[in-house]
Structure formats: structure tokens, C-alpha cells
Design a protein around this ligand. Structure first.
Ligand code: FAD
Ligand code: SF4
Ligand code: SF4
Ligand code: SF4
Length: 385
């Protein structure tokens, strides 16, 4: 019987699924079993859209359809949690399995605090996350840095610190993420600062870090994070839907080292991003947000922002006049005051802003500063997202 806290190597026993999966297919295998055994009524995952730079959320109730979602889309920047919150009123006690990155998981926790989702009805299958790449920037990066037409790429992956692309003729090219990021490409800026690399508040956390030797690429490293997660893994193994063995102790050690080095890297980016901002934060916010066209995408996508409709969108005070452009500075100042103490640095606001205003940078900087103020003993590292 599998227990909470165990570290495992897991693979699907479904040969067809194994071919499509990113590593061992543990995520897809478990989701399929959860549907078959009625542990969940539906699964929310992503599948490839028109090309591999587009990740489309998809709701699945037929276990066969899980096969279309296998594999990792590193340009998939969609946030699952707000999506679930928007549809939660229609779920009526149904159980949902969801694949979550660290930011998706943090979003669910914040939504649960606001009674927007009931976590008893949500099964979170976590995937470790070193970062995702903005789709538009990914295409530009592949054209300019790799010298390759992005439409000829058939697979992308992130491995051993490199962003790697594979072409239809079997050739591949890789460039180190550090080099890409030094020249303005690579992971989204919020991802560089993110410190939720292993989503341990999900029911299980799955990844490839720590899979070593002849198992590399063939199994998924699974950390069992809850009793609910342990139960699903135990039952799926008993039904022979997945194969389970203890993780290699050396692999566990390596995974911990990689995770620690990712935290250091995130601290480096925080220092750099926040230092540039620090003396001129409010001036910068005022200047940058002056471009705002009041499209409200940042409000609609934010998992911690649920404004009273009239106050944000239709004005409601003389300091935020309805229909007025350029935007009144108070529109944004009020928003930052309202959300920054629980900003999870998911990057959705920045990603969706048509005016390319660095909104996540602002709210993350304010959140980090507030945490350091209220928890001075922990210093600037107090908040771990
Ligand atoms: P599969 O059975 O292939 O299932 C993968 C699942 O992930 C599918 O359900 C699919 O819908 C879902 N998915 C794919 N892309 C996304 C997305 N963008 N957002 C939400 N869900 C998605 N592991 C590490 O150990 N270290 C890392 O640095 C790391 N970085 C990652 C970065 C990203 C953006 C993603 C999506 C995953 C990352 N992973 C990382 C996890 C790893 O790539 C595998 O997802 C994990 O090992 C599970 O493998 P599997 O074969 O069991 O998954
Ligand atoms: Fe991954 Fe964190 Fe970026 Fe979310 S914010 S995609 S968890 S690195
Ligand atoms: Fe995410 Fe932006 Fe909201 Fe912060 S403010 S939680 S980065 S959408
Ligand atoms: Fe303004 Fe950008 Fe927010 Fe739209 S997404 S309301 S343009 S800041």
C-alpha cells in the first residue's frame, strides 16, 4: 500500500499511452484510471491546439480521450484554476481531476479560501514546473535564435537546462535557457522568479527530475503528497493500470539538488527584477499603466481578483471614472492594493495584457515586499511562489 510522503517511479501499462506521454505516462495513466473507476466524473487537462505553441484546456469524461492530452506543452501558459472557478457553480458536487502546475495549484488554494471552489471535489495531479514560455515569444525565439521556421518544429522540450526543438526530419537543436534568457527570450519573467517548482499541496507531484540511469525518459518521478493521492496510486497499481517501484535513492538526492538550484536561480531573478524597480516602483506603475485601454483582461484572468462588478468596471467612485481614457491612475492603484497581498505570481495579468504592461512584476514585487515586512525573520524569501 502506497503512503503519503513516498517517492516513486511510476509508468503507465498502456503501451499506446506510453508512446504519447512525456516520460512514464503516470499522469495520463492515473487520470484514465480515475475516470474508469469513477473516482472523478471528469478531467480537466490541456491538449495541443493548432500548433505546439497553443495549449487548449479540454474537459474529458470518456477515458479514451485522455490519450489526446498526453505530453508536456512548455508554451502552455493557461491557468486552470480560474477556469474551474468560473464553471464551479455548474459542477454541483461532481468530482474533477485537474492537472496543475505550481501556479495552478496556488490558484486553487486561493480560490478555496474565497469559497469559489470546494477542494474536496477537486483531485489535483501536479506536474513539476521549471517554467513556461510565452507562445508568441517562443515563435520569435525559434526564428531568431535557432534560425528555424517555428512551423517546422514537431516537438519542443526542456532538458538539462536547454530548450530543445525537434524537426520533422529527426534533427534537433538545443540552446541553454540561461543564454536565451540573457538575450530576452526563454521562460516568462514571472516563471523565472517562481519558487513553486514541485507542487506539494497537490495530491501527487509528478516530474522527470530524479529519474536516472536506464529509467530516464521511461518512468515518471511521483511524490505522493496526500492520502487521497496515495489511495489513487494504490488502487491504480492494484488494477495493474500503472507499474510502481520505489524511486532510486540517488535520484531522490539529485532531484532535491536540482530543486534547490532552481530556488537560487529564482532568487537571482527576483533580485535583478525588483532591484531595477525598487526606487521608482510607484512612478513606474503610473507611467506604465497610463497605456492601459481598460480591456479588463487582467481582472478577468486573475485567480485572486473578484471585484464587485460595478466598482471596477463601471466606475463607482469619482476617482475611477467610467469610460475614461487615459485610465485614471487609481484604477490600477486600487487593484494593486486589493490583490497584491495574495498575488500568486502566475503571470496571467501580464500575459493577457494587450498593452504589454508588466503587471505581474508589479504585484509580485509588492507581495514580496509585504511578506518581508510582516515576516521579517524570513526576509525577502518569506513568500515562496
Ligand atoms: P503525461 O502522461 O504525458 O501527461 C502530461 C499531462 O500534462 C497531460 O495531462 C497534459 O494535459 C498536461 N500538460 C501539458 N502541458 C501542460 C501545461 N502547459 N499546463 C498544464 N498542464 C499541462 N518536470 C520536472 O521534473 N522538471 C521540470 O522542470 C518540469 N518543467 C515542466 C514545465 C512545464 C510547462 C510542464 C507542462 C511540465 C514540466 N515538467 C517538469 C513535468 C514533466 O514535463 C511531465 O509533465 C511530468 O513528468 C509527467 O510526465 P508524464 O509522462 O507522467 O505525463
Ligand atoms: Fe511554472 Fe511557476 Fe511559471 Fe506557473 S509560474 S508556469 S508554476 S514556473
Ligand atoms: Fe496572477 Fe497577476 Fe493576479 Fe498576481 S495579479 S495572481 S500574477 S493574475
Ligand atoms: Fe489595462 Fe492591460 Fe489590464 Fe487591459 S489587461 S485592463 S490594457 S492593464
Amino acid at each position: 500500500m502506497v503512503k503519503k510522503g513516498e517517492m516513486l517511479y511510476v509508468s503507465t501499462t498502456d503501451a499506446g499511452l506510453a508512446k504519447k506521454a512525456e516520460c512514464g505516462g503516470a499522469v495520463s495513466g492515473l487520470l484514465k484510471f480515475a475516470l474508469e473507476s469513477k473516482a472523478v466524473d471528469a478531467v480537466l487537462a490541456v491538449k495541443k491546439g493548432v500548433d505546439l505553441y497553443e495549449a487548449i484546456p479540454t474537459l474529458i469524461s470518456d477515458p479514451k480521450d485522455i490519450d489526446n492530452t498526453a505530453g508536456s506543452l512548455h508554451c502552455g501558459t493557461v491557468l486552470m484554476s480560474k477556469l474551474v472557478a468560473n464553471y464551479a457553480p455548474y459542477m454541483k458536487g461532481k468530482k474533477l481531476g485537474v492537472v496543475v502546475k505550481g501556479c495552478d495549484m496556488m490558484g486553487f488554494l486561493e480560490l478555496a479560501k474565497r469559497n469559489k471552489v470546494n477542494l474536496d471535489n477537486v483531485f489535483m495531479i501536479g506536474v513539476n514546473c521549471g517554467g513556461s514560455v510565452s507562445p508568441v515569444l517562443a515563435r520569435k525565439m525559434i526564428r531568431e535564435k535557432f534560425g528555424v521556421d517555428p512551423d517546422t518544429v514537431v516537438k519542443e522540450e526542456i532538458d538539462k537546462g536547454q530548450f530543445i526543438i525537434k524537426m520533422a526530419d529527426g534533427s534537433h537543436k538545443g540552446i541553454s535557457i540561461d543564454e536565451l534568457e540573457e538575450s530576452g527570450y526563454g521562460r516568462r519573467s514571472n516563471c523565472r522568479r517562481c519558487k513553486v517548482k514541485v507542487p506539494r499541496q497537490a495530491d501527487i507531484a509528478c516530474g522527470n527530475w530524479g529519474v536516472i540511469g536506464d529509467k530516464a525518459g521511461k518512468v515518471t518521478f511521483v511524490e505522493v503528497c496526500s492520502d487521497k493521492g496515495a489511495d489513487l496510486v494504490t488502487k491504480a497499481a492494484a488494477a495493474k493500470k500503472i507499474a510502481v517501484e520505489p524511486a532510486n535513492p540517488k535520484g531522490i538526492e539529485i532531484r532535491a539538488k536540482v530543486e534547490a538550484s532552481m530556488y537560487k536561480l529564482a532568487d537571482k531573478w527576483r533580485k535583478r527584477d525588483f532591484a531595477e524597480l525598487s526606487p521608482v516602483l510607484w512612478e513606474t506603475i503610473k507611467t506604465e499603466t497610463a497605456r492601459c485601454t481598460k480591456c479588463y483582461a487582467c481582472i478577468d484572468k486573475c485567480p485572486v481578483c473578484f471585484p464587485v462588478e460595478d466598482k471596477f468596471k463601471n466606475g463607482g467612485t469619482t476617482m475611477v471614472r467610467p469610460g475614461t481614457l487615459p485610465v485614471d491612475p487609481m484604477f490600477h492603484l486600487r487593484r494593486f492594493a486589493h490583490i497584491s497581498d495574495s498575488c500568486i505570481n502566475c503571470g496571467q495579468c501580464e500575459e493577457c495584457c494587450p498593452m504589454e504592461i508588466p503587471l505581474a512584476l508589479f504585484s509580485h514585487a509588492i507581495r514580496t515586499e509585504e511578506d518581508a515586512f510582516f515576516e521579517p525573520k524570513l526576509g525577502k524569501a518569506a513568500y515562496t511562489n
